[in-house]
Every structure is written in C-alpha cells, then in structure tokens.
Design a binder for this molecule. Structure first.
Ligand SMILES: Nc1ncnc2c1ncn2[C@@H]1O[C@H](COP(=O)(O)OP(=O)(O)OP(=O)(O)O)[C@@H](O)[C@H]1O
Ligand SMILES: Nc1ccn([C@@H]2O[C@H](COP(=O)(O)O)[C@@H](O)[C@H]2O)c(=O)n1
Length: 395
C-alpha cells in the first residue's frame, strides 16, 4: 500500500524530509527491524522524493516528516494531514470538510498524548501543542531527547499512527466484522476496541437478548407460552445510544438505560433460555441485520457470523480456556458485588455455553470461514493487534 502525495502542502516543501518506510504487509505490531528510516537532506521537495522512491516503497507506508527530530511525535500525526489531504479530500476539501476532519484528528492527538504519558514521556501541556495544522503548530515547548523519542516511536507508538494512516487511506471501504464465541472470552472487549480504532459502530447483540430477558422477568412473562412471548415483544423497544462521557454504546429498553442492570447474574441465569426461543431470535436478528445495512459495524454474539451476517468480510471466533474465562468474569463481577462466588460464575458460564451451543435455533458454532482467536494467553493489546492485522488484509 502506498499513499501518494501529488502536492505536499506548502508548509512541508521547505522541510528537510525524513522518510520512513514500513512494510504494511507484515503484522501491524511493528518491531524495530521492520521499520527502516533514512534522513534525506539533498532533495528540496518531499513530493519529488516520494515519487523517486515510489517503486522501492510499493507496499510500504511512507511518512514524510520535516527533519527536526525534536518535533517527531507531533509530526507523526502531522503527516496524516498530508496523506488525507490527497486521499480523502482529493484536493477539493471545503472549509467544512476540513473542520470535520480536524475534530477527528483531535481525538487521535489526545490518544497519542495518553500513549506518551503511559510511557512516562513528557508531553506538551499547552493547548497549542494539540493543534493539528501540521508543521505550523508544532509545539516549540516540547523538549524530548530525540533518541529516546525515536526508539519510543519505533517500538511503541508508531504502530498506532501507521495503522491509522493505513485506515484513512482505505476509508472508503467499510466492512462487517463479526465476533462470536464462548461466554466471557473477551468478545465485547475486542469488539469495542476494534470499533473505536476503525471508527465503526459497535453492537453488543447479547445486550439485546439480556434486555428482552430483563423485560420478561420484570413483567412476569411466561416465556414457555408463545402467545405471551409474541405479546410481550410487541411492547419492547430496544435502542443503542452513545454515552459521550465514556465513549461506549449503551442499550436502552423502552427508553431506560439498562446497560448496567442487564449484567446482573439474575439476568444471566435466564438469558440463554429466552435467547433459545425462535420468535425472540427472529425479533433480534431482524434489527441486527438492519443495523449492519451500511456496513462499518463490529457485532459480537453467538450467531453473528453464521446467521446474522453470513457474508461478513471478517468473521472471528473467539475462545479461551474455561478456567481462564471463569476467572476473568469472576474478577469483573466481584468488583461490583463481593458476595458473588466463583462457583456461581462457573456454573453460569457452563450452563449458558451448553444451552447456547445445543439449542435448535441458531446454535453457537464456528462459521466455516471464521478465524479462530484463542486469547487464553494473550493480553488485551495483543488480541487487538492480531485482529487489526486481519482487518488490514481485508481493506
Ligand atoms: N485478553 C484478555 N486478558 C485478560 N482479560 C481479558 C482479556 N480479554 C477480555 N478480558 C476480560 O475478560 C472479561 C470478559 O470479557 P468480555 O466481557 O469482553 O467477554 P465476552 O466474551 O463479551 O463475554 P459475554 O459472552 O458474557 O458477553 C472482562 O472482564 C474483560 O476485561
Ligand atoms: N448473538 C447472540 C448473542 C447472545 N446470545 C444469548 O445472550 C446471552 C448473553 O450474551 P452475552 O454476549 O452478553 O454473554 C448468551 O449467553 C446467549 O444465550 C445469543 O443467543 N445470541
């Protein structure tokens, strides 16, 4: 993949370019060996330089950076300006488009800033440092040892801007990502992160079945009676709304935010029974398919790759050792309620997995074309990196 810049904005023309090439065909988690860089001071225009190197750097992402290493972190993001100018705006951006884009860019800058803080690197605290208008806004106050910064950039931080730039260049193409698998193996954790990284919508299909179960429990619906189920479904409205405080999408049952209450074991005890009812599934699947009509969606559940989106571009089947899944869920529930026991959690997981994989309608199973992700011994970061690699192959 190669992002070509026909016309570098004026701000970059006089800069001494530093060219970085990254093999994007490899795992996006770049190591120092996968990154090559060279400083070229003889050429006056980065555009010329990129053209000259285009053949060499085919399949590579190219960053064109003004040469002042001290400003490297800001410039990492500044180069997106270049890439996006050409690729997304096609040189015709209106002021409004530019503004919209700037807002998105701010989010990226904040993420990068947090990343730097996590690595105990100093960050410019002045609001000016977050301005994104490329070289114009480089924070003059940023004083970081260039060598430290470079190694930081290569080993930790670079992967993020590299991937973002890749995505931005392939923004036009949106795909559907499905994540199915056993209870508590990390599906929603991965799905949320993928959606955030890709700017996609995240839908937790399990939350829909949990909300229906909550409604049935609260209203004493006899779900063994098909007529009662039919009648009750007619009174249920499910919606997902973004919570701007935590950036998460949350489920609303008849206009009430039930995101928290549906995670209770009381609901978990009954949800698999309710989710096995044919009419309940038809009700939920219809809405899920509608949500994916425009693509650009990550949905997790049990039948998403097999029934809801059988033609999805990327299907992931997640799994992890039973004991590890029980431990993870126990830790999570114990923080909310110290009365919960590990035996209760284990019994619930085993019971749900059994019902989910043995029911007649849409049982949990791995789609033939799904990629298996066993995260028993992966960190949350590692599982995201693997999945991002798969996304990249499909864009
Ligand atoms: N790779 C990982 N390493 C350690 N903990 C993880 C990992 N992935 C997820 N977790 C943790 O495991 C717990 C279960 O994760 P999550 O809720 O994402 O699972 P899930 O598959 O969506 O569960 P459910 O099927 O019940 O919806 C959470 O506390 C989450 O933080
Ligand atoms: N596509 C789906 C999603 C979920 N279920 C059922 O809901 C239960 C809760 O789901 P979580 O993802 O929140 O754990 C789950 O155990 C299934 O019974 C489903 O059937 N299909």
């Amino acid at each position: 993949m190669f992002c070509f810049l026909d016309e570098a904005p004026v701000i970059f023309r006089d800069a001494t370019p530093l060219i970085m090439g990254m093999d994007t065909t490899k795992n996006p988690m770049l190591t120092e060996n996968q990154v090559t860089y060279s400083s070229e001071s003889t050429l006056s225009s980065p555009t010329t330089l990129l053209r000259r190197r285009a053949s060499l750097l085919d399949r590579f992402l190219v960053f064109c950076l003004p040469g002042n290493l001290q400003d490297l972190p800001a410039i990492f993001d500044a180069h997106f300006v270049l890439v996006l100018y050409k690729k997304n705006m096609n040189g015709k951006e209106s002021e409004i488009e530019k503004l919209k884009w700037v807002q998105k860019f701010y989010t990226r800058i904040f993420e990068l800033e947090n990343e730097q803080k996590r690595h105990s690197l100093p960050v410019a605290s002045s609001p000016d440092a977050l301005l994104i208008s490329g070289a114009i806004a480089l924070p003059s106050s940023l004083k970081i040892d260039p060598l430290k910064l470079l190694s930081f950039g290569l080993t930790n931080s670079l992967r993020i801007p590299a991937f973002s730039a890749f995505l931005q260049c392939n923004m036009d193409k949106k795909i559907i990502i499905t994540i199915d698998g056993w209870s508590s193996c990390g599906k929603s954790t991965l799905a949320k992160q993928l959606a955030r990284e890709l700017g996609y919508v995240y839908i937790d299909s399990g939350a829909m079945y949990r909300s229906i179960t909550l409604y049935f429990l609260r209203n004493h619906v006899d779900w063994t009676n098909p007529e009662a189920v039919h009648e009750a479904l007619g009174h249920i409205k499910l919606q997902f709304h973004a919570n701007h405080k935590n950036g998460q999408s949350e489920i609303f049952l008849n206009d009430e935010n039930v995101e928290y209450v549906i995670r209770d074991l009381v609901v978990a005890e009954k949800v698999s029974e309710v989710a096995a009812i044919r009419e309940v599934r038809e009700y939920a699947v219809k809405q899920q398919q509608e949500m994916g009509r425009k693509k650009g969606i990550v949905m997790d559940g049990r039948d998403i790759g097999t029934v809801v989106f059988p033609d999805a571009e990327l299907k992931i089947f997640m799994t992890a050792d039973n004991a590890i899944r029980v431990q993870r869920r126990f830790k999570e529930l114990y923080e909310k309620n110290p009365n919960v026991t590990i035996e209760e959690v284990r019994a619930n997981l085993e019971m749900r997995d059994y019902i989910d994989s043995h029911r007649e309608v849409s049982p949990l199973r791995q789609a033939e074309d799904a990629l298996v992700l066993d995260n028993s011994h992966l960190t949350i970061r590692q599982q995201l990196d693997i999945a991002l690699g798969w996304v990249k192959e499909r864009l």
